[in-house]
Design a protein around this ligand. Sequence first.
Ligand code: HEC
Ligand code: HEC
Ligand code: HEC
Ligand code: HEC
Length: 457
Amino acid sequence: MRRVVVLFVLVAAVLTAACGPSESSTGNEDGGDATEKAGTAGVGPSPRAPGYFFIGNDMGMPRPCGCSKPALGGIVRRMGFFESLPEGVSKGSLLVSGGNLIHEGGRQQELKLETFLQELDALGAAAHCLGADDLQVGSFFWEDTLAARGEDGTPLVSVNVTKEGHRLFRSHVVAATPEGEAVVTGWIDPTSAGWTEPGLVAEESPDVADVVGALQEKRRDLVLFAAASAERAREFLERSGLGKAARHVLLVIPGISDIPWLHPSPPPPLLELGLKGQRVAYIGSLKAPVLERFVLLDADRGSETGRSLLEFYRENLAAEDLLAQVPRFESAPAAYIGSKACGACHATALKVWERSGHAHAWEALEAKGDEVDPECVRCHVTGFGLIGGFDPASSAPVNVQCEACHGPGAEHAASRAPTPGGTLGGDFCLQCHDVANSPHFKFEDYWPRIAHALDDK
Ligand code: HEC
Ligand code: HEC
Ligand code: HEC
Ligand code: HEC
């Protein structure tokens, strides 16, 4: 196994943790059919009774996506939310994770998956139903993972992921719910899984009959996670006979809505999970489902266990030195000399820069140990991904130097050749100040805070 550090797994039943104080917070986000609350550890009203919790579609965000406030979601906040539930609610509730914990392949995504699975184990989730994106790490990763987990932890469920004719994951689980028992299963639409390993997602699901059997045995409820469009999910429900065999049905899909969304009609009700794990969806009853959303807002009251899981994730990034493995393709057009050297002739610009956040961008990462994470480093250094630019071995040049914008300046400094960056328009900033990481960015507002020009002669 390639696993480097092994954390002692926390198969603690967090779902029976102690109660936090309650004070109500934000209201409806959209005026739709659902209520939205600040679902942070100890903040905001908790659900009043045991019910059904849905998480997932994290899209590779074990911590919040984005650098600016408000930062929403992530493992620390989510575990804090579940830890703060009153015991009366957590006992007897069903927690299901819908697929797409990650959104691409690669070693960093594998490390994320391991972290997410440890979270689910600690939360006592009834099942993680795989989505097509979860398969992007390839079948070998999952075979290793299944072998290492054995019968422990959250069951990994999919009725139609096969390798050489054998089903890889469990076809379904039967779980206790506040209303009796539910069969929880997952299905991946083969027509929307084109980029996964060929043959992994089967057209025909060999074990659907078993799942139908489990439903009929006691006329159980069905929670079907379908990695599919709403239309295809409904089609599958009909064609497979699962819908008919169940007492009450809830269809869950990753969906395209930013926030969890419940569509009560046409029946059966269908839940979209929302994006990037920023919210928890709660439904009190499958008989007459009404959605409540909990925004995962407050990190200060987050979970200690969650924090140690993230710590473990960063340790693994560092131990495997993923930063050093980022491919560097193009060569920088000249050598980098650093802001101080530019300051010899551009004293005022240097002063402005030294006072700006750009001069401290690396420290901002170091504060939490994120300087080992390639996904963070790329915007907090100069010349990332360029031969001659940021070098993980020496960690230079760090910060957003003059040359992150104007291009490497050795030739300019030596011979007054024009700087390679040329004239920079406002759009240039967007490569780092993107919607996720700098949602309030407007050139008119941000430029004045770093405005500089040629010194008067
Ligand atoms: C290479 C990536 C990158 C580029 C390009 C970039 N920025 Fe930034 N910027 C950052 C990072 C990272 C921070 C946060 C640094 C910190 O505070 O630790 C930041 C912070 C800022 C801040 C807030 C900090 C302060 O000093 O007040 C302003 C303003 C800003 N950038 C303006 C701009 C403008 C205007 C542009 C385009 C001309 C630009 N940035 C281009 C990465 C970039
Ligand atoms: C796409 C570029 C980009 C990526 C990727 C990125 N950042 Fe940032 N980061 C920025 C920008 C731009 C800002 C400034 C945002 C603003 O003030 O509007 C910033 C600001 C920050 C700040 C706040 C600094 C301060 O002093 O307020 C922290 C902390 C931070 N980033 C950490 C991270 C971490 C951790 C990651 C990886 C999970 C990350 N960043 C990934 C561009 C990025
Ligand atoms: C030895 C002195 C010197 C150094 C060092 C120097 N510059 Fe300049 N720079 C100048 C002078 C003089 C001009 C005025 C341009 C001209 O009229 O040729 C200039 C012009 C510029 C311009 C506007 C014209 C253009 O080429 O885009 C930028 C941008 C610039 N410098 C950025 C930088 C950066 C970034 C660095 C550090 C990598 C740097 N300079 C280092 C002397 C210097
Ligand atoms: C975040 C990006 C960014 C950083 C960092 C930055 N600049 Fe600039 N700089 C700009 C932009 C944008 C302009 C104005 C538009 C242009 O001339 O391209 C500018 C303008 C200039 C000019 C005047 C150019 C002219 O033709 O009038 C000089 C000189 C200059 N910068 C030097 C520097 C030096 C030296 C540093 C570091 C101490 C630095 N800049 C850091 C983005 C940046």
